[in-house]
Design a protein around this ligand. Sequence first.
Ligand SMILES: [Zn+2]
Length: 231
Amino acid sequence: MAKILAIGAHPDDIEFGCAPILIKEILKGNQVKILVLSLGEAGSSGTPEGRRQESLEAAKIIGAEIEFLEMGGDCHLEHTPENSIKMAGHIRQYKPNIILAPDTNENQHPDHSVAGKITRDGARLARYGGLAEIKKLPAHKIDSLYFYVITQFFGSSPDVVIDVTPVYQQWQKAMNAHASQMKSKKYLEMITSWSKALGSAIGTDYALGLKTNEPIRLDNISDLNLSSRNY
Ligand SMILES: [Zn+2]
């Protein structure tokens, strides 16, 4: 069984960016934890407590456990050694094999790219046994780190593409759990349209893409038994 840790800067990042990928892993028998770094208190809609409740509801729909980790607040996330070490400590506690974090592209909500960088560095620091602040927890090495995109997908080419058609309804339900953010339905439509376009490119109805932090290692190219050559 693999343990997967998915990190979001705001209460709805995971649902909009990678929830169906997590749902598929849970259906396969793997364990997923969602870690949210703020309550979205700087957003135009919803209250911090209301948004926490929406996240709890969405996590229930996804089938994942969820935790909130204080990192300075919405719009105040900083890529500092202190925050990366705090993330490293959390990684040592949960011991994930796989981590998903927001893409580190700069031209988006700054918390998204900062959360991606804190996670990337936290995963690295989790390996360093001598780090004084988290020395009481045993060092931990993850197997892989993937980046998901929240709003910056147009024009970007993912490294891996996952068919999410079988869990599409469950995904829509998880996104709609964030009722306070649904005042503009365009957001959901935009993400769904992109998923449909990506699905068309690989011959499925819906798909989501991820970027990889390292090259993907294989023993043999024939191990990859699915094709995305839909032309
Ligand atoms: Zn966000």
